[in-house]
Ligand binder design. Structure first.
Ligand SMILES: [Zn+2]
Length: 296
């Protein structure tokens, strides 16, 4: 192996310092899903979802490693025939010489993690854990001791969600426009429970499906919770029970800001080991909703 050339194994080693697999939920499937750990990597591609289109994009761009937030498979799989989307992803990556690695719920609870990136995109300050300040929630377990780290492990487990402050209060309507500007465009856009003139200063965020954190957001004094996948009865119950507005965005959009952060950490931590890769972030919108006709 040439000095300076990274392998998939090198990339995994630094990724697991930032996102220890032991922090993932028990039902999750994180880590290397496709590929040879000893394969050389010069280019790394990052995306939220390992769809066939994303896999094709990674291979076309010459990536030796595709890092995704969501796992390719979460349930038992009995084959990877190219008659299924998952099979097409595996085949395309293997033929193209690209590995697939996932950091999912372990990246959700890491600090900096998925919700930190969302909070930063919204311009929040003074970030802290949403699920109990300084008390680590049960989902975080001690990571397996990293093997010979070359730099102090700078990531800690903070649990799901963050709460922070806007630099100045603004009405919920303006805040929704801020969210829409900060995140990549999707058909569904940004929805909020209202009212539009409700003042927002303290903001809770949770990338992905974080609706169950409405109570924690209210307990933290947040005026609003920004998250995704809001469901009718759940949101009605939440805004009835807690003095907090819900801002609902596309699941994909809420997690996309983390990709650039993960890419920068990967480059930085590989550089500390004398390894270099280039990184790229997918702009393919993998939110499943593609059309939106505003109702009258
Ligand atoms: Zn997600």
């Amino acid at each position: 192996m040439n000095a300076g050339l990274a392998t998939v194994r090198d990339c995994i080693a630094v990724l697991e310092e930032s996102y220890p697999p032991g922090w993932a939920q028990s039902w999750d499937a994180v880590g290397l899903a496709v590929g040879d750990p000893d394969a050389a990597v010069t280019a790394v591609h990052l995306a939220v979802d390992p769809t066939p289109e994303v896999a094709a994009e990674a291979v076309a761009g010459g990536a030796g490693l595709l890092i995704t937030h969501h796992p390719l498979f979460l349930r038992g799989v009995h084959g990877v025939a190219e008659t299924t989307p998952g099979g097409r992803v595996v085949a395309n990556l293997v033929r193209g010489g690209a590995a697939l690695y996932t950091a999912h719920t372990n990246a959700d609870v890491a600090d900096p993690g998925v919700s930190d990136a969302l909070a930063a995109a919204l311009g929040l300050r003074d970030l802290r854990a949403l699920a109990g300040a300084d008390s680590e929630p049960a989902v975080c377990v001690a990571p397996v001791a990293p093997v010979a780290p070359v730099a102090p492990v700078a990531t800690v487990c903070r649990g799901l969600g963050r709460v922070g402050e806007l630099s100045a209060p603004e009405p919920l309507g303006e805040f929704c426009a801020r969210v829409a500007r900060a995140l990549p465009s999707t058909a569904g856009g940004v929805r909020a429970t209202g009212p539009a003139d409700r003042l927002v200063r303290r903001v809770a965020v949770c990338g992905g499906s974080g609706g169950e954190l409405a109570g924690a957001a209210a307990a933290a004094g947040a005026d609003v919770l920004v998250t995704a996948d809001g469901r009718h009865h759940h949101v009605l119950d939440a805004v009835g029970a807690f003095p907090v507005a819900i801002v609902d965005v596309a699941h994909w959009a809420s997690e996309w800001p983390w990709l650039a952060v993960a890419a920068a950490r990967l480059r930085r931590d590989l550089r500390a080991r004398g390894r270099t890769v280039s990184t790229s972030v997918s702009a393919i919108v993998t939110d499943p909703w593609r059309l939106h006709a505003p109702s009258r």
